[in-house]
Design a protein around this ligand. Structure first.
Ligand code: HSE
Length: 342
């Protein structure tokens, strides 16, 4: 399986380490031989059609802050150049999510799909802005678009609702999909002011470079778009979400909620309408998780309400979700009778 990796931040590097450490086991257990043939970061690129040395790649990135020092040749190619020029099977898109025009991820994904590459995206921007048309494009080109890591990081929330609940009709769901705001609200419930809770979350590296993505509920809204499309079959994008962040949640709101045995959580919900907003949740509801945890409750027609809880996004967690998607793609391809070299 020849892979192009666009974006080599925490997630990309975690994936490189994961693939490097699991080479033999992946082949023995799943018959998959992942070979990263091109990597692009914001400063440059590295290419080796026979497979980059992933350990060395991570070291170079650590030392120079870019992969472009990996070799003298092909160091200045763009992500698009890699997609256009290299023979590959899968694009892994992990550049930063942006919700204005979703670039550069949008161009990477659309070009890869048009070229017949399968795509694994952990970048939420393109999906939040254009989920329905990207799925159509993938279908038209008879390739797979997967995105397990976009919701819940390593916790298989999307797979759970799509596959484990197969045949059921999910009627509604609600969840805590943003770990950073959950961490801030938990600290506020423990007596911290919003300001110090935010500062603490920043110190721990939880907050997005653009803090508005977390605080104003954009990240949670993007995840809600993905869930609504993938699980509920809705054709919606980011402007369809009613969104309120946590900036106006005060310590006194939290105390008032406590008196009713509730906590205030930033809840993304799909029940008649799609909403992200702070909401009171009973403290003994399984959904009421603390710290950076994510949780989601699906209510379905015959099997009632089920809650799945787990760690949200993190480098290794998200890398493990990419691996899951790569294995899905491998399985799908072999089901369709493609060659075994994969
Ligand atoms: N900022 C997000 C969160 C991580 O706090 O959950 C990326 O999905």
């Amino acid at each position: 399986m020849r892979i192009i990796l666009c974006g080599f931040g925490v997630v990309g590097q975690s994936l490189a380490k994961l693939l490097d450490s699991r080479t033999e086991d992946l082949y023995a257990q799943y018959g998959i031989k992942p070979r990263v043939v091109g990597v692009f970061d914001s400063k440059g690129s590295a290419v080796d059609t026979s497979g980059l040395d992933l350990n060395r790649l991570v070291e170079i990135k650590k030392k120079f802050g870019t992969v472009k020092k990996y070799a003298n040749k092909n160091a200045n190619l763009s992500g698009l150049d890699l997609i256009d020029d290299l023979d590959a099977d899968v694009l892994v898109e992990s550049t930063v999510s942006n919700y204005k025009d979703a670039e550069p991820g949008m161009t990477h994904i659309t070009n890869a799909l048009k070229k017949g590459l399968h795509v694994v995206s952990v970048n939420k921007g393109p999906l939040a802005l254009a989920f329905p048309s990207l799925m159509e494009l993938a279908e038209y080109n008879q390739v797979l678009l997967r995105f397990s890591g976009t919701v819940g990081g390593g916790t298989p929330i999307l797979n759970y609702a799509k596959n484990s609940l197969r045949g059921e009709r999910v009627l509604s769901f609600q969840g805590i999909l943003n770990g950073t705001t959950n961490y801030i609200l938990t600290n506020m419930a423990n007596g911290m002011s919003f300001k110090s809770a935010l500062l603490d979350a920043k110190k721990r590296g939880y907050v997005e470079a653009d803090e508005s993505l977390d605080l104003d509920g954009l990240d949670a809204a993007a995840k809600l778009v993905i869930l609504a499309n993938w699980i509920m079959g809705m054709r919606v994008t980011l402007p369809d979400i009613k969104r309120t962040g946590i900036r106006n949640v005060s310590s006194s709101d939290i105390k008032k909620a406590e008196k009713k045995n509730c906590a205030i959580k930033l809840i993304a919900s799909c029940n008649k309408e799609l909403v992200v907003a702070p909401k009171e949740v009973l403290q003994d509801d399984p959904l009421c998780v603390n710290g950076t945890l994510n949780a989601i409750s699906f209510t379905s027609e015959h099997s009632g309400t089920q809650t799945i809880i787990g760690r949200g996004a993190g480098g290794v967690e998200t890398a493990s979700s990419i691996l899951r998607d790569l294995l899905d793609i491998r399985q799908e391809i072999s089901r369709n009778g493609a060659a075994n070299y994969f």
